[in-house]
Write a protein that binds this ligand. Structure first.
Ligand code: ADP
Ligand code: MG
Length: 698
């Protein structure tokens, strides 16, 4: 049997493979493109394509695809085989540099939010040499960006790469001010912790709601939920362990550094975390991870649920986006340094993040706004929809001391003077204690906890990179012209603390009183739902910031507005339609059949003895009958609300109608059905219950 180091990355055309299979010149030229973003020379492209093909074919690949991330949020691929006819009637395997660099998928069915007229069906894909090609099944997958012919980004990768470039540009300006002449580039890194649920395939198949929407739309509370907290970090069940083992193997072959796995708080909930890597690679790998998680599950007779809220009343699933920025030499800019100068630089980068999160609270909220995540954010479990930051007591103390020009009361008393004092060493344990904060500093990185489990992490990192680039730009503009660097630096840090400290909150983010304080006293934004959040992407300050850094064009922002709201409306409408169908064809008939059998029993009993009261039967039939009436009315009302959506004049209005009426009708129907469930004999119930699903994987 092969050991992990022997097969790790065996399906990836990574640096080791490139070095071994490319001539020294070609390798050097390709590395320049990867590391420094130099344009690729066509001769080099042909040589790389040829080596890639040879390598892939030797590993059983027959096809290649440009692998891209359209705005649907999932990945897309269109396969072409390598075969090309040879004069003798046979075939040879061919792959050119042109095919590597550019593809032209007929992509008219991907959402473009008005960026591409339907007659202009073709978009094109362009190779992203910074993310390695890999083999999936029998296909060589080439990570690519996806654009319209007009040059507009139709995907999530393009703006992500642009945001990384913006951050690089501004961070380098700051580093130069601190005398760093060596750094060639600054990149953000991400380690996404991924939560998910596992249920058996057999039960999943019996539930139309899970099949069509990824979450349960009905289900009474089970006798046991997560109240005992006995699942968290508990012993992993054999079937789950076998799943995780194979999942790790598959991910390792793809060069994905799957590292940590454990049971989560809710029954049937688990987590997988990879070791962090450069943001665009982390994004690609997280997309791939989600795909492989689902594929491996089906081999084990399981289904992996990535929905943010598969079960009402049970914790939902998120994705923690651990983010930091580092130089090409590996210096983490969010890590307090050893010297006073490094500390000052650290504090400036820290302030840049604080300012960015405060100034662009809405963009961060927008980045995670989906119908699924609306059930999580603010629902007493995940972070609330209000964005705040947690820094930990030590760092808070330092910032307060700087703000007020008072001595810092750490282990020893020091008067904080930038450029003179060394910061205390931060104890990671003290910074990581708050698990309720949406945006927490965890020693040398920030952890953004609002991301939904099914979200692409591209959007979050686009906004984060861009917003931090903007803070850094403001700082660099000011400091580059400064005649008294240290003093101006000190003043700017103080100003940031003073202007933005209202975003810092170290208490319990789940507490209702916090929401009141945040919104009433501190004036923080509380964008509770997707329809509340998304329109803010069009706010002038956001459009100006994103366009000024070249991350999005105005048209691209408009298209994201349209597509995100469209996705929201479509997903909720599918849920509503599924509810109508389940209530009418499964739930009402089941309750009715049970009531009818009970009524028959009572009638038969009375035939035997006319004096029998049949109190149990009578009461039960009455209750069930009232419930079927409510179910029927609820279904009618929901149908009306769905039909009314047609009258909306645009997507903004439609999403508001969903938020204001449709969701409430769905809740009313659900309540009636959920009340009927525990009153109906189990043998009559048409699909597996919460208890079955949550405790079904042994
Ligand atoms: P937890 O948040 O559960 O305490 P860890 O601190 O070990 O777990 O890390 C969680 C994730 O953060 C992992 O994916 C890890 O690789 C990632 N991570 C660690 N350091 C950094 C960093 N400097 N930049 C980005 N991500 C990081
Ligand atoms: Mg974490």
């Amino acid at each position: 049997m092969k050991t992990v180091p022997e097969y790790f990355g065996s399906l990836v055309f990574d640096d080791r493979v490139m070095k071994a299979n490319l001539s020294a010149n070609v390798y050097r030229s390709l590395r320049k493109t990867i590391d420094e973003g130099r344009p690729l020379d066509p001769g080099v492209a042909n040589a790389v394509a040829d080596a890639m093909k040879e390598w892939a074919v030797a590993r059983g690949a027959t096809h290649f695809t440009h692998w891209f991330q359209p705005l649907t949020g999932i990945t897309a691929e269109k396969h072409d085989s390598f075969i090309s006819p040879s004069p003798d009637g046979g075939v040879i395997m061919e792959f050119s540099g042109k095919e590597l660099i550019k593809g032209e998928p007929d992509a008219s069915s991907f959402p473009s939010g008005g960026l591409r007229a339907t007659f202009e069906a073709r978009g094109y894909t362009a190779w992203d040499p910074t993310s390695y090609a890999f083999i999936k099944g029998k296909t060589l997958c080439i990570p690519t960006a996806f654009c319209s012919y007009g040059g507009h980004a139709l995907d999530k990768k393009t703006p992500l790469l642009r945001s990384m470039e913006a951050l690089n540009r501004q961070a380098l300006r700051i580093l130069r001010l601190f005398g760093n002449t060596k750094a060639k580039c600054v990149r953000s890194s991400v380690g996404p912790e991924q939560e998910y649920f596992l249920v058996t395939k057999e039960m999943y198949d019996q539930r139309p709601d899970l099949r069509f929407t990824g979450r349960t739309l009905f289900g009474a509370k089970p006798p046991k939920g997560q109240e005992l907290d006995d699942h968290y970090f508990g012993v992993i069940k054999p079937r789950v362990a076998a799943y995780m083992e194979e999942l790790n193997d598959e991910l390792w072959k793809l060069g994905i550094l799957a590292k940590t796995e454990h049971n989560e708080v809710a029954p049937a909930q688990h987590e997988l975390a990879p070791i962090y890597t450069t943001t665009n690679i982390a994004v690609d790998q997280n997309q791939l991870t989600m795909e492989i998680m689902q594929k491996v599950a089906s081999k084990h007779g399981l289904v992996c649920l990535l929905h943010e809220k598969p079960f009402d009343g049970v914790n939902g699933s998120g994705k923690h986006n651990n983010w930091s920025i580092a130089t090409d030499a590996g210096q983490n800019l969010l890590s307090p340094g050893e010297t006073p100068y490094e500390n000052a630089q650290f504090l400036l980068f820290l302030c840049a993040v604080i300012k960015a999160v405060d100034d662009y609270q809405d963009l961060l909220r927008i980045a995670v706004a989906t119908a699924g995540n609306d059930h999580r954010l603010g629902a007493n479990e995940a972070p609330p929809a209000v964005i705040s930051m947690f820094l930990g007591d030590e760092l808070n103390g330092v910032l307060e001391a700087i703000e007020n020009d008072t001595p810092y009361q750490g282990t020893e008393k020091i008067q904080m003077k930038l450029g003179v004092d060394v910061l205390p060493n931060f104890n990671r344990d003290t910074t990581d204690r708050n698990r309720t904060s949406p945006f927490a500093f965890t020693g040398n990185k920030f952890e953004f906890r609002m991301v939904g489990s099914s979200d692409s992490i591209a959007c979050t990192n686009i906004m984060l990179n861009s917003a931090v680039a903007e803070s850094l730009k403001i700082y660099a503009d000011r400091l580059e012209g400064s005649t008294d660097f240290e003093n101006d630096l000190h003043e700017m840090i103080r100003k940031t603390i003073r202007d933005h400290k209202h975003i810092i909150f170290n208490g319990n983010g789940y507490d209702d009183r916090w929401i009141e304080e945040a919104t009433q006293k501190r004036g923080l934004m509380n964008l509770r739902t997707t329809p509340d959040a998304i329109p803010h992407i069009l706010d002038k300050k956001n459009v100006e910031m994103l366009t000024s850094h070249g991350v999005f064009t105005e048209e691209e922002i408009r298209s994201r507005y349209e597509i995100t709201l469209e996705n929201y409306c479509k997903s909720v409408t599918i849920e509503a339609n599924t509810m109508v169908s389940m209530a009418r064809t499964l739930i009402a008939p089941a309750v009715e059949a049970y009531a009818s059998d009970i009524a028959k029993t009572a009638a038969r009993k009375r035939e035997l003895d006319a004096g029998l009261a049949c109190g149990y039967e009578t009461r039960l039939v009455k209750k069930l009958s009232e419930l079927t009436d409510r179910i029927d009315e609820g279904t009618d009302e929901l149908e009306k609300a769905i039909a009314a959506l047609k009258d909306a004049k645009d997507i903004g209005e439609e999403s508001a109608m969903i938020r204001d009426t449709l969701l409430e009708k769905m809740a009313v129907l659900r309540r009636a059905c959920d009340e009927a469930e525990p009153l109906t004999a189990k043998s009559y119930w048409p699909y597996p219950t919460y208890a079955d699903l949550l405790f079904g994987v042994k």
